[in-house]
Design a protein around this ligand. Structure first.
Ligand code: UTP
Length: 241
């Protein structure tokens, strides 16, 4: 199975803790050792926001702010690459062809942001589409897709599964609403819908959760299931061990 895992910066590096990064690298290695081809997209998290806010106060324009954000995603990606100890590409891929080439070489293919005007949510969807991934997993700080922002609305209800079109419908109003935090951004949802990418959105605080989701389809987040698709054959016969 070919899988792309998107790890939010706030999940991988809310602070600089080598144990957390090593635990994530261990999870990625277990997925690869099971025979999966693995692409990883790393976000910028709080560090990106700190840089962006500081530069905004200095009068930087939006493209400059995005470039700072991209730089921090690549810094976080380099942390994961360091922890993967030679199993990943040497430096974060800066484009989709480069990322795909690393997969072909049998490496864990790690990248951060690519171009201004989007987030790594969209990068992960485009990477997954470009390599015809069987599965795209968003390891975020929210456990799936809710009918409202669960941080703002305690009564928000989680969806067990949605279609890609429903994901777009859920995310669209959140993307208009300043301050509301969408589980994945609108561009990512549109790419998932356009390409029909089987996806999972889950709380990635514990990296073992990502391993169970990828190897067995077991998780408590939200499945995004394109219509008329079957379960990935990889999961057929997977043990519960
Ligand atoms: P993130 O993907 O980390 O954004 O990119 P985020 O929504 O804050 O995600 P979490 O908190 O890590 O889950 C950080 C910033 O980098 C820029 C954007 O400014 C984004 O807000 N960026 C990232 C780009 O401009 N282009 C990209 O391809 C990726």
């Amino acid at each position: 199975m070919r899988v792309v895992v998107s790890i939010g910066g706030s999940v991988l590096a809310p602070d600089l803790d080598p144990d957390r990064v090593a635990a994530y690298a261990g999870a990625i290695e277990r997925i690869a050792a099971d025979g999966c081809e693995v692409g990883v997209v790393v976000g910028g998290g709080g560090v990106a926001r700190d840089y962006i806010e500081t530069a905004r106060d200095l009068g930087a324009n939006e493209v400059e702010l995005d470039q700072l954000g991209i730089g921090t995603t690549r810094l976080n990606a380099r942390l994961l690459i360091a922890a993967l100890d030679g199993r990943a590409n040497l430096s974060p891929a800066t484009g989709y062809d480069e990322a795909a080439a690393a997969l072909r070489r049998g490496e864990v293919s790690v990248m951060g942001g690519v171009t201004p005007g989007q987030t790594t949510d969209a990068v992960a969807a485009a990477f997954a589409e470009s390599v015809d991934a069987d599965l795209l997993v968003y390891a975020t700080s929210a456990n799936g897709v809710y009918d409202a922002d669960p941080n703002a609305e305690p009564d928000a209800t989680q969806f067990g599964s949605v279609s890609p079109a429903e994901l777009v419908d859920v995310v669209l109003p959140m993307s208009r609403d300043a301050g509301a935090s969408a589980p994945v951004d609108l561009l990512a949802a549109k790419l998932i819908d356009r390409a029909g990418i089987r996806s999972i959105v889950l709380d990635g605080t514990d990296p073992n959760v990502v391993v169970d989701a990828v190897l067995r389809g077991d998780h408590t987040g939200t499945d995004v299931i394109p219509t008329d698709t079957d379960e990935p054959t990889y999961w057929t016969g997977a043990s519960d061990a």
